[in-house]
Design a protein around this ligand. Structure first.
Ligand code: FAD
Ligand code: NDP
Length: 596
């Protein structure tokens, strides 16, 4: 029992003295169940503590509780301190024990940050904002290594700067071009020749991107996240070396790390590719009109870029090594190819580039590209811009993973994580494009970053669900899908157990122009033995992304074909086709549409 009646000054001194004298101090009340629980926790880990029961020391207890409030802004007991550092109440102490912080405080270890996130893109920003809002001390290191052509950009990662955002805006520019062609049919008097200005489009898109860069910096500041525009490399499992663009080096430490470094475009290993070619890292801020273009590659990025380039009037050829859109439903992938071909995009396939040579300098210059067809025939062509979209490499090569033994998949350099996104090193996690075997999509990276922070610091247990993630390829006719391709469904369930319902359809928007008749298409892939549960949803249509986002919840919730049939459509829309699909592929009936 404390002898003296405490003045405010004395109470503060008493608290400070107790914290100095004891490794663990618990300000408690003898009857409080939370205090009993917290003392039980220290008993269970055999750590001695000093408990001061404030209810047993009369008015001194009241004065000390007030002094504690002024020191910690915590009114309640228990109020726990370890090695002079405030831990908090019962829940905070139990959480600190669960996440290892209590152990660190007990051993006197101190880190600069609770969490350092390496990479300020979709996944890294989501994780850092979430962790900071839970009250953690967080730093984000984000650094853009210039592309071989010297292009660089601001905070926000691939999606914001050289991915989804500029791509979708340029896709919209192309759609506007198509709409302008249709406008006369709706009574608009549009001049015969409407010209598109590349530089104005790039300027406007880049202005918007810069506003997003600014917005991200502001949000980090508001949430008290330390932003370091610096390149991070592991020195040990709790330390990174960070180097800024002026080559200033510092070492910073953290208890936990999240690696969210994403990926960068690959170049094919052929003469002249890196010297004369560009990638998606350069295209969206290209200062001059690209002129006649060759796009090499046949997946998302290649077809989307070829689509919008052609849509704004660029002469565009795509060199395809094998199939279009590997991993996607091949019926729909080929329909995209046909649609683009009919609209004037040229395809060379199957063909790989073998060399690029300069014909003349300029902005753009002129280059000769040689390619080898599957048949062995050599083809040559001259182009002003060669855009390589042949896949992406995870940025794991130069980040010091060898110093901490984080395991990667040697075939692609991606980081191997468990279902909680933990790497082979217990305090190091990874999210987004850099992790092995998962989808490279912005919303996936965001969800994973956010849920990881919640699990690490807020007692949550929800894992990222990587199954049935909807996606859309923003080609001129968009292709949205969720679930399995028809091929994968057959592989998984066997062809006898699969029923496919499908139809072409004509969006009403096309009615007055009769544009693209029998090009829009919807397909549901169903498992017969599960009452025709829909395991694949596919749509080729304007606004396919919007349509797919809505229907994806049905697929996720295991909707059956009958649920789609029982749903009343919204008329007149393209999406309503999914409520009336009644022709099966196996029937062989025609699904061509001649009118609305
Ligand atoms: P990123 O966004 O790539 O962020 C990683 C960040 O880490 C980068 O800023 C990088 O510079 C930085 N960094 C790397 N190493 C270090 C280091 N050592 N130190 C500090 N910083 C480092 N997805 C969609 O969902 N929809 C789309 O329409 C879409 N379109 C796309 C179009 C294109 C052309 C491309 C290329 C991608 C597109 N994607 C799209 C994919 C999407 O952009 C990515 O899935 C997403 O950006 C991944 O986020 P991330 O956080 O994993 O990595
Ligand atoms: P992918 O790895 O998906 O595709 C690479 C393409 O390049 C394939 O067509 C491949 O052909 C071809 N290729 C590879 N090497 C060569 C070579 N040496 N010569 C010629 N062709 C070659 O990469 P992307 O870059 O298109 O996309 C990366 C990821 O980004 C996607 O998986 C996606 O998750 C994301 N993304 C998402 C978008 C969206 O949501 N709308 C848009 C854009 C990207 P082959 O089939 O023969 O191997």
């Amino acid at each position: 029992m404390l002898k003296r009646k405490h003045s405010k000054m004395n109470a503060t001194e008493t608290v400070d003295q107790l914290l100095k004298d004891h490794r663990v101090t618990i300000f408690s009340k003898s009857y409080c169940p939370f205090c009993i629980k917290v003392k039980g926790l220290f008993d269970s880990i055999h750590i001695e503590y000093k408990a001061l029961e404030l209810d047993l020391i009369g008015e001194d207890g009241v004065a000390i509780q007030q002094a504690l409030f002024e020191k910690t802004k915590q009114k309640t007991v228990p109020n726990v301190f370890v090695n002079g550092k405030h831990v908090g109440g019962c829940d905070a102490t139990i959480q600190a024990h669960a996440d290892g912080r209590l152990g660190e405080l007990l051993s006197g270890v101190h880190y600069d940050f609770d969490l350092i996130v390496i990479g300020g893109g979709s996944g890294g920003l989501a994780a850092s904002k979430e962790a900071a809002s839970i009250g953690k001390k967080v730093a984000v290191c984000d650094f853009v290594v210039p592309s071989p052509q010297g292009t660089t950009w601001g905070l926000g990662g691939t999606c914001v700067n050289v991915g989804c955002i500029p791509k979708k805006l340029m896709h919209k520019a192309a759609i506007i071009g198509e709409d302008l062609k249709d406008a006369a049919a709706f009574g608009w008097q549009v001049p015969e020749q409407v010209l598109h200005d590349w530089s104005s489009m790039v300027d406007e898109v880049q202005k918007y991107v810069k506003s997003l860069n600014f917005g991200y910096r502001k949000v980090l500041r508001e949430r008290s996240v330390t932003y370091l525009n610096a390149y991070a490399q592991f020195v040990d499992a709790h330390t990174v070396k960070v180097t800024d663009k002026k080559n200033k080096i510092q070492h910073i430490t953290a208890r936990d790390f999240i690696i969210a470094v994403g990926g960068r475009p690959k170049y094919p290993d052929i003469p002249g590719a890196k010297e004369y070619g560009i990638t998606s890292d350069d295209l969206f801020s290209l200062k001059y009109h690209p002129g006649k273009c060759l796009v090499v590659g046949a997946s998302y990025i290649a077809l989307e870029c070829a689509g919008f380039l052609h849509g704004i009037g660029v002469d565009c050829t795509v060199m395809v090594r094998s199939i279009l859109l590997r991993g996607f439903d091949q019926q729909l992938a080929e329909m995209i190819g046909e649609h683009m071909t009919e609209h004037g995009v040229k395809f060379i396939r199957p063909c790989v580039p073998t060399k690029v040579e300069k014909v003349s300098d300029g902005k753009p210059g002129l280059y000769k590209v040689s390619g080898k067809m599957d048949s062995g025939e050599i083809v040559e062509g001259e182009y002003n811009t060669i855009l390589f979209a042949v896949g992406r490499t995870a940025c794991t090569e130069n980040i010091g993973l060898e110093h901490i033994d984080v395991k990667i998949n040697p075939s692609n350099g991606k980081i191997i994580v468990d279902k909680e996104e933990r790497t082979s090193v217990s305090n190091v996690y990874a999210v987004g494009d850099v992790i092995d075997g998962k989808l490279e999509l912005t919303p996936v990276a965001i969800q994973a970053g956010k849920l990881l922070a919640q699990r690490l610091y807020n007692n949550q247990t929800t894992l990222t669900d990587y199954v049935n993630v909807p996606t859309t390829v923003f080609t001129p006719l968009e292709y949205g899908f969720v679930g399995l391709s028809e091929e994968d469904a057959i592989k998984h369930y066997g062809s006898d157990d699969i029923e496919v319902y499908h139809s072409f359809f004509q969006p009403l928007e096309y009615a007055l122009t009769d544009r693209d008749s029998n090009k829009c298409y919807g397909k549901l892939v169903c498992v017969k033995s599960e009452e025709e549960r829909v395991v694949g949803f596919h749509v080729l249509s304007p606004h396919a992304g919007e349509i797919t986002q809505g229907f994806a919840i049905g697929v996720k919730l295991r909707a059956k074909k009958s649920d789609f049939a029982n749903l009343i459509g919204i008329h007149p829309t393209s999406a309503e086709i999914f409520t009336t699909l009644n022709i099966t592929k196996s029937s062989g009936e025609s699904v061509a549409k001649t009118s609305c």
